[in-house]
Design a protein around this ligand. Structure first.
Ligand code: ATP
Ligand code: MG
Length: 182
């Protein structure tokens, strides 16, 4: 299995701003205010550890279908990558899942479905930059897209996308998260 798995990186050259040097989970910050569509029924989970967040994502992955697009919203250090790790595990992918600096998209193959893991944090040019990497080829490739910082190219996100909002209040509790899936 491991030999079949491969993680590929797709970079775009004009995007070079490193992610803010903000410390992650221990950074005082208010909860995310990203909007959750109110016309859909939402599922709400609470998590008190990264393991629990990953387990919630793993469960979600069991029911994932080809073409699913999952937008992961939340402040720096909320747990979007932790969620992606659990999700990949749920699809049977056993390799490393990270959001490395300067990488816009990684492909994880070898699980039940291919995973296209985007991190749009540094996408200064919005949808235009995303077009530069031919994002639609991945959105409609029959795998699952996990997209961190989708707000950076909101207009490119299909109406059918699932939104996972990970809310944190680091002032109150470093490990508590509210996860709203809609
Ligand atoms: N309940 C929790 N759920 C998820 N992560 C948690 C939780 N409690 C603590 N953490 C910690 O918070 C951090 C989340 O980091 P992660 O890289 O997943 O954040 P992120 O949302 O992807 O940030 P970024 O926007 O920088 O990509 C990890 O260090 C993780 O261990
Ligand atoms: Mg991340």
């Amino acid at each position: 299995m491991a030999a079949r798995e491969k993680a590929q990186n797709v970079n775009i050259s004009n995007v070079s701003t490193p992610k803010a040097n903000t410390p992650k989970a221990n950074t005082p910050s208010s909860a995310s205010s990203a909007s959750t569509p109110i016309n859909k029924l939402a599922q709400v989970f609470t998590s008190t550890s990264s393991d629990i967040t990953a387990d919630i994502a793993e469960e979600l992955a069991y029911t994932a279908s080809p073409g699913d697009i999952i937008c992961l919203v939340g402040p720096l250090g909320a747990g979007k990558t932790v969620f992606a790790q659990g999700f990949a595990r749920g699809l049977g992918y056993t390799g490393r899942v990270t959001s490395p600096t300067f990488t816009i998209m990684q492909i994880y193959e070898g699980g039940r479905l291919p995973i296209y893991h985007f991190d749009l944090y540094r996408l200064e040019g919005g949808v235009e930059d995303l077009e530069g990497i031919g994002y639609e080829d991945y959105f409609y490739a029959g795998g699952v897209c996990l997209i961190e910082w989708p707000q950076m190219a909101k207009d490119a996100m299909p109406k059918t996308a699932k939104w996972v909002e990970i809310q944190a209040d680091f002032d109150k509790d470093l490990e508590f998260r509210r996860i709203v899936i809609s």
